[in-house]
Ligand binder design. Structure first.
Ligand SMILES: [Zn+2]
Ligand SMILES: [Zn+2]
Length: 338
């Protein structure tokens, strides 16, 4: 089968012919019909961090159909439509038992990071990583739920966003647009911040109350909050400039939510934070229950991460180049079945 594999930083992904993986007793094989291209893939290719081995098949947003089931698997049959939870969690450590599979102490792998991922015709995962996809959700719509959509659901759940609060979204890529949608669903007033006019337009279409460039963000928050500041700032860019913007906009009991990976340092004034009872939260990925929730929200028409374009798997490097160039509004989705 065809797989787009990482062989080292600074090199394009190779389109390799690899053996079709066989599921173990408690595993399933999924025929990948749609695979989203996340900024994380770019971080591998550009050398911000490395997968646990090379070569590694990248991709961690996968939707498709069950293709084969292991001998001990029950409840799944060939042809079932599924979304894949990308943390291949153990199911028995203290964090799995608390429903926090994203913090699993002994995962079998994480797609693209430490297990072959979704940029392939087929993929093998533990059966407990599958979430059933209702017929009304297309594979193209489902794939971006697996990271972008459900990361947004998790970040806003961690921030405990309430109706009437002001939520600022710094960065309007695939995750950011989903954060905008889910913050609106929660009844928040949403300020989307992006340097790119096309993305600001997309943020407004996703439900943002206002969409502004970074230089105008503080004024927009002042105006909407009557000078009180933001209740929640979701920081998705992870660079010093946006981190400083974020801390400067927080109001009393404001929560700064750091999402994903950043190499830049966060500097805060403990005094300023203490007197305003502000909090800094970190949010990584999502739980299995939140992927189920994201799928349910999508089925109800309440969470639809925008798909920028669909492309064949063979165009993966072009997709990565477009993402790197900042030309993508929403998610690019690859079609490994051609
Ligand atoms: Zn991702
Ligand atoms: Zn675990």
């Amino acid at each position: 089968m065809l797989a787009a594999r990482f062989h080292g930083a600074g090199r394009p992904l190779a389109l390799d012919d690899v053996p079709v993986p066989e599921p173990g007793p408690d595993e399933v094989r999924v025929r990948v019909h749609a695979a989203g291209v996340c900024g994380t893939e770019l971080h591998f290719v550009d050398g911000l961090y490395a997968p646990s081995r090379t070569p590694m098949t990248l991709g961690h947003e996968a939707a498709g159909t069950v293709d084969a089931v292991g001998s001990a698997v029950t409840g799944w049959a060939e042809g079932d439509r599924v979304a894949v939870y990308y943390y291949l969690f153990c199911g028995s450590c203290r964090w799995c038992l608390r429903g926090r599979q994203n913090l699993c102490l002994a995962p079998r792998g994480v797609l693209a990071f430490a297990a072959d991922g979704a940029f392939a015709e087929q993929l093998v995962v533990p059966a407990h990583c599958l979430v059933r996809l209702p017929a009304e959700i297309s594979f193209d719509a489902a794939a971006p739920l697996c990271c972008a959509g459900t990361t947004a659901v998790h970040a806003l759940a961690e921030a405990e966003v309430e109706p009437g609060e002001i939520v600022v979204v710094l960065g309007t890529g695939g995750v950011g647009l989903a954060v905008v949608q889910d913050a609106r669903r929660r009844g928040a007033t949403v300020v989307a911040v992006s340097r790119d006019a096309g993305r600001r337009k997309a943020a407004l279409a996703a439900g943002a109350t206002v969409a502004v460039p970074p230089a105008d963000a503080a004024d927009a928050v002042d105006r909407l909050s009557g000078g009180q500041g933001a209740d929640v700032v979701v920081e998705l860019a992870g660079v010093t400039a946006t981190l400083e913007l974020a801390t400067g906009m927080l109001g009393r009991r404001g929560r700064l939510v750091l999402v994903g990976y950043s190499a830049d340092a966060l500097t805060v004034s403990p005094l300023a934070m203490v007197v305003a009872e502000q909090r800094v939260l970190a949010s990584v990925g999502n739980t299995l229950a939140e992927l189920e929730q994201a799928v349910a929200l999508a089925a109800a028409g309440q969470l639809t991460p925008p798909v920028a374009a669909t492309m064949p798997l063979t165009a993966v490097n072009e997709a990565l180049d477009r993402l790197r160039a900042g030309e993508v509004t929403g998610r690019l989705v690859l079609h490994p079945q051609g």
